[in-house]
Design a protein around this ligand. Structure first.
Ligand SMILES: [Cu+2]
Length: 336
């Protein structure tokens, strides 16, 4: 299985041996079975060789995820506040992370990343969690909440055994861009298998209308060597290269960018042909930077706002070239 995966990966992933060699021990690329070095120049790296991922079989599509925000089911509490409720279930399922490359993933609600949960500052949030997997899991939310709602071992319901469930309940604070993920040890494995998602709390005084996008930067360790063989935003490498994200010229675009990547210390987002305002963690409505590249360590996140003055195709990608070549790149296609 492991050998087959490595061989398949080698056949389908465009890469240069120079890059892999330079990465050395940090990225133990599966080159033990490597064929002689490919000639230089793999074209535009527009996609993996050997076809497309079957999004329908996976049960989710990065082109849907990028604009999919889950506001939950709402009702009014006696004090007049809004109660938002969701049900999240963990499951184990095989997904195709690159054409022909299957990965035994763990997912919340059958998708990676899990649903982008969205609330307004001060709402009451109630998340029912059911563990449909074969290992203990939790949901640990970033935000301000009581200890029992933290989703870690020894607090509240602690780790949730297979077949069991619990409820996490807390207030939506502070406004900003957060995340949630499983917090069961070995933590890196529980996260890298796919148990994470974005969590947005809108300020009471809402941000201006915009075309809103969410990208969760992630990767996959397909040969279990605690290094990633594939990189992406929203799981499927090159998905936004094969089909660019359509944007209207001059319209305000707001991108919620989260980094959950395991096994690599830093991830980044670089935009071609344009600059953006950056709001780290989204906890202020004043940007701190006007730039075209931002770095995020694991767990870091931030909001990017931009407008495209010119029509055409504009690339975005990790500025770590290796990540780009292994899937983490795409295009915005700006209408005339
Ligand atoms: Cu877990």
């Amino acid at each position: 299985m492991l050998g087959l995966g490595a061989a398949a990966l080698h056949a389908t992933v465009p890469h240069s041996h120079g890059t892999a060699a330079a990465a050395g021990t940090e990225h133990d690329m599966p080159h033990a079975t490597a064929a002689p070095a490919h000639s230089a120049g793999h074209g535009s790296h527009a996609g993996f060789r050997g076809g497309e991922v079957d999004h329908a079989a996976n049960g989710f599509d990065p082109h849907v995820i990028v604009r999919d925000f889950d506001w939950g089911t709402t009702s009014k509490l006696p004090d007049g506040r809004t109660l938002r409720e969701w049900t999240l279930a963990a499951s184990e399922q095989e997904i195709e992370v690159a054409p022909g490359v299957k990965f035994m993933a763990w997912a919340y609600n059958g998708r990676i990343p899990g649903p982008t949960l969205r609330a307004k500052e001060g709402d009451r949030l109630r998340i029912r969690f059911y563990n449909g997997g074969d290992h203990p899991h939790t949901i640990h939310f970033h935000g301000i909440h009581t200890a029992p709602a933290d989703g870690v071992l020894g607090l509240g319901a602690g780790e949730i055994a297979p077949g069991k469930s619990t409820v996490y309940e807390f207030d939506a604070l502070p406004f900003g861009l957060h995340l949630y993920h499983c917090h069961v040890r070995p933590l890196a494995e529980h996260i890298a298998k796919g148990l994470y998602g974005a969590f947005i709390i809108d300020p009471k005084d809402a941000r201006p209308d915009a075309d809103e996008l969410v990208m969760v930067m992630n990767g996959f360790d397909t040969n279990f060597d605690r290094a990633n063989e594939l990189y992406a935003a929203n799981t499927i490498g090159f998905a936004y290269s094969e089909r660019p994200i359509r944007i209207k010229r001059n319209e305000l675009v707001r991108l919620y960018l989260v980094n959950v990547l395991e096994y690599d210390l830093i991830n980044s987002f670089h935009l071609h042909g344009n600059f953006f305002h950056y709001f780290p963690t989204g906890t202020s409505k004043e940007p701190v930077e006007f730039t075209d590249t931002v770095m995020q360590c694991q767990g870091q996140r931030g909001i990017l706002e931009m407008r495209f003055p010119y029509p055409g195709k504009y690339m975005f990608h990790a500025h770590q070239s290796e990540f780009t070549e292994l899937g983490w790149m795409g295009f915005f296609e700006v209408s005339a």
